[in-house]
Design a binder for this molecule. Structure first.
Ligand code: G6P
Length: 360
């Protein structure tokens, strides 16, 4: 590849480290000359006309879509559904009068997503593609494109594309809110800047994450990620990262759902990584940690400054409650990275996986 790894042994670690810069670049790229965040007027008008948004994606991009739903609903007050592309192909939901489809795809080449795009275009609906690759198939075939500006992502396990998708989705939500005359009680551009700085701090905490990886995941056969609300979605991504590159059986769960079945799998020493970055569910997720600990689990709480408690293993800097995925995902990416490294796995080229899947 003509993209250099420099001093890094793996692209994945380089790409994890690039994330704060990618978020800053996105802030620049989506700024007008008054220093305000800005999105193409045609896209905002399509967002404004829509009575419901359908986000369609696969893998990590789907996980970013789950976060994007929260942004668009909470910031811009438009209802959103998120679907994995392969299911939507044969399970098209009953559509409202004016749906708008948003395809999220790092590569812009994923066949499952493309099949849905072709279908909705045939049905006469508008589509926006959010992609890292200008001129990619999904970009060309959609009505509108928003670029991720993350730079080429080489490692199969997606990292910087995920945080880029989240930043761009936040900007889209804010621009839509503005156009709809909604007054927000925070300035997104400022909060994204704060998040970028926090991301930088986390990228400098590799040794701590390497230590946690060794402590919890060196020899385990399985691992659970729990969280509520935003933390649940980030837990899904953390579990996906871990299974993709370390081959540990990992699952993400909504904290409250664990007791409805999966808690049966908790054995002595089973690692349970719990995210606690959301004030409104802080007590309940800590309650879930107590439940699994009572059954022998080895809990690792990753919380956020302002919500931390003595039992926490790692605390991320404080950021706006909607933007926590940008920071909380970094320790999970690093955990997956160091676990894979420790277990002697090929971090950048995991078995059975492809960077972009161009077959359905
Ligand atoms: C593949 C990759 C994943 C990625 C997914 C969607 O399965 O291995 O890392 O999340 O495709 O890719 P896309 O390019 O559409 O975001």
């Amino acid at each position: 590849s003509d993209i250099e790894k420099g001093t890094y042994s793996y692209y994945m670690l380089k790409e994890i480290d690039e994330q704060p810069f990618v978020v800053r670049k996105i802030i620049q790229k989506y700024q007008d000359n008054h220093g305000e965040l800005m999105v193409d007027g045609k896209i905002i008008s399509a967002m404004n006309k829509a009575d419901r948004i359908y986000i369609v994606a696969c893998g990590t991009s789907y996980h970013a879509g789950l976060v994007g739903k929260q942004f668009i609903e909470k910031i811009a007050n438009v209802p959103v559904e998120v679907h994995v592309a392969s299911e939507l192909g044969y399970n098209m939901p009953l559509l409202p009068e004016k749906p708008l489809f948003i395809f999220i795809s790092q590569s812009g080449e994923t066949a499952d997503s493309r099949a849905v795009l072709v279908k909705v275009k045939k049905m006469g609906y508008k589509a926006l593609t959010m992609t890292n690759v200008p001129g990619s198939t999904l970009s060309r075939e959609a009505d509108y494109t928003m670029l991720l500006h993350a730079g080429p992502e080489i490692a199969v396990a997606s990292t910087k594309a995920y945080t880029a998708q989240i930043a761009v989705l936040a900007i889209l939500a804010e621009a839509t809110a503005k156009a709809r005359g909604i007054n927000l009680d925070f300035r997104l551009i400022k909060e994204l800047g704060i998040a970028a700085s926090a991301m930088e701090i986390l990228c400098d905490m590799k040794e701590e994450m390497e230590q946690i990886a060794r402590e919890y995941l060196a020899t385990t056969r399985n691992c659970f990620f729990i969280g509520r609300s935003m933390d649940y979605y980030v837990g899904l991504e953390g579990a996906l990262k871990l299974k993709e590159i370390s081959y540990i059986q990992a699952e993400g769960f909504a904290g409250g759902e664990l007791k409805h079945g999966t808690i049966a799998l908790i054995e002595d020493g089973t690692p349970v990584i719990a995210l606690a970055t959301q004030a409104n569910v802080n007590l309940s997720i800590r309650g879930n940690v107590k439940e699994v600990t009572a059954r022998g689990a080895n809990p690792c709480i990753i919380s956020m400054k302002g919500l931390e408690a003595e039992e926490d293993r790692f605390v991320v800097p404080h950021v706006h409650e909607l933007l926590t995925p940008l920071v909380s995902v970094i320790p999970l990416q690093l955990l997956a990275y160091y676990t894979a490294l420790h277990r002697g796995c090929d971090v950048d080229k995991p078995r059975n996986l492809a960077k972009s899947v161009t077959v359905e």
